[in-house]
Design a protein around this ligand. Structure first.
Ligand code: FMN
Length: 166
């Protein structure tokens, strides 16, 4: 199989965030898709080894910050290449609290979600979640995963479902 064919699937770039034991944490993801519109349901794939996985299982709630082409790429690195087990990822990242969850200030939109179901694969859980709230924050262009790779020249770590060994 030519693994490069997976590069032709399209995604956005998001920060998924939770609140656990009074603290905020989360991680960068690309693997979000809308499943139904009424009720609004999305799916999200998270690696078993991510601290965010533990937090999602425990709290069953998360916020999705939809990054734009003008969002600071430092957020992608902070949330995508470090673990909330070892650091406070929100320490230097501006955010607002919406429905008791953190939303990145320079995102172009957000979703507030409640987990309803979980499907298992060998390495990742697919969380099925109902969108309880959401809004646009500005009119900036949402960042695509291909913009992240081709314009920002960003990489993806092994935990990302789309990881391809170089
Ligand atoms: C662009 C990008 C996309 C990513 N997509 C996902 C994803 O969809 N699912 C996932 O589990 N990890 C994904 N990751 C990896 C996690 O963000 C990374 O493993 C993070 O360090 C986990 O942090 P945590 O241990 O605090 O949860 C992605 C990382 C990057 C940079």
């Amino acid at each position: 199989m030519n693994n490069n064919v997976f590069r032709n699937l399209s995604y956005g770039v998001y920060i998924v965030a939770c609140k656990i034991n009074g603290k905020y944490t989360g991680c960068t993801v690309n693997s979000i898709m809308q499943i139904t519109s009424s009720p609004a349901i999305i799916a999200l794939s998270v690696n078993h080894s991510n601290y965010t996985h533990t937090c999602l299982e425990e709290t069953k709630r998360f916020a999705v910050s939809i990054l734009s082409e003008e969002s600071n790429p430092i957020s992608i690195g902070t949330f995508g290449f470090r673990s909330g087990r070892d650091c406070n990822k929100f320490e230097n990242i501006p955010y607002d609290i919406i429905d008791d969850l953190p939303v990145i200030k320079d995102a172009c939109g957000y979703l507030i979600c409640e987990i309803k179901e979980k499907l298992e694969t060998h390495t990742h859980s697919v969380f099925i979640a109902e969108v309880k709230n959401g809004d646009l924050l500005n009119n900036k262009t949402p960042m695509t995963y291909s913009y992240y790779h081709n314009v920002i020249k960003g990489k993806s770590p092994k935990a990302a479902p789309t990881y391809i060994e170089e």
